[in-house]
Design a protein around this ligand. Structure first.
Ligand code: ATP
Length: 291
């Protein structure tokens, strides 16, 4: 059997971590959305062996058990004692180690795809619970719908459609190691965000308040190592973004524009200055699956 799943990148419209759990993992409070910059994951099952093979068009990625898509297939194969192997081909479009959840998106696509192929009948909530053992962003990526994400990443509370907006994403050359950033958080000095205000702004379809309260507590941590993040953010605001924040643990920065013409201007202004620039819109995988 063969299936191709879209694996959209995620952005954090707001990100805060109120405390660290005793096992070292952060408690999260994040507002997340998927965007229409996506990897495509082709999943093929076969009966000749139990092997899991991963191929990608990116030279940088591991194709063995370190690949999150491999881990997702192994998880379901082992848990449900499936006597089939899996080949996974990833067409990589999402920049790697950019704070856009590319690996998590691929893993979630494998979970969704194999849930269909193997007729496991798992709900999104059940898949999300399993997904947490792979990475904290995988549960959100299983849904890829606008959501308030809490717990260690496994509590997904879907939100209504986002207000109309265009998003310009810019990634600098630097790659950031998420574990390193998370280890260096000092909870005594970490600035916090008004995540509830962002949730409320989305519920009220209020782009003004959404832009006003967007923020990322990790920006202070990552920009200590990579001060260019703050320069890029300033540039985005100067070029007309209504709000600009870092996504995840960085270094990607994105700007929100309520008007398409402004977003196009911002995109053109950043091209040439930044290695990767994308003009995207939020997407809701749940809705596109229903229609
Ligand atoms: P995080 O979700 O940890 O914030 P990120 O969005 O910053 O991650 P990813 O593109 O997911 O970045 O890559 C993080 C690490 O995961 C990289 O070191 C990469 O080698 C590894 N990785 C494993 N599998 C994949 C995959 N399928 N796609 C991208 N990266 C992967």
């Amino acid at each position: 059997m063969e299936i191709t799943e879209k694996a959209p990148a995620k952005l954090n419209l707001c990100l805060d971590t109120p405390f660290r759990h005793s096992d070292g993992s952060p408690e999260w409070s994040m507002v997340m959305t998927a965007v229409d910059l996506a990897d495509y994951v082709q999943i093929t099952t076969h009966t000749d062996s139990l092997a899991i093979c991963v191929e990608t068009n990116s030279g940088f990625l591991p194709c063995d058990q370190r690949n999150l898509a491999y881990q997702a297939a192994k998880l379901l194969q082992r848990k449900y004692k499936i006597q089939e192997g899996v080949s996974i081909k990833i067409q990589k479009n999402i920049p790697v180690a950019a704070g856009m959840g590319g690996g998590s998106a691929d893993a979630a696509a494998v979970l969704r795809g194999l849930n269909k192929i193997w007729e496991l009948g798992l709900s999104k909530a059940e898949l999300a619970k399993l997904a947490l053992s792979i990475d904290s962003d995988v549960p959100f990526c299983v849904y890829s719908t606008p959501a308030h994400v809490t717990g260690k990443g496994e509590i997904i509370t879907p939100l209504p459609k986002l207000p109309q907006m265009w998003i310009v994403i810019a990634k600098m050359k630097t790659s950031v190691s998420t574990p390193k950033i998370l280890r260096s958080i000092d909870y005594d000095t970490l600035p916090h965000q008004n995540v509830d205000a962002v949730v409320q702004a989305i519920k009220n379809n209020d782009p003004q308040n959404l832009c006003q309260h967007m923020g990322n507590s990790l920006e202070a941590v990552t920009s200590q190592r990579h001060p260019n993040i703050l320069v890029l953010k300033e540039k985005m605001l100067k070029f007309g973004a209504d709000a600009a924040v870092m996504s995840g643990s960085g270094p990607t920065v994105f700007g929100i524009c309520k008007k398409h013409s402004r977003a196009q201007h911002l995109y053109n202004s950043l091209k040439g200055f930044c290695q990767n620039v994308y003009l995207v819109r939020p997407i809701d995988l749940q809705q596109s699956e229903e229609h």
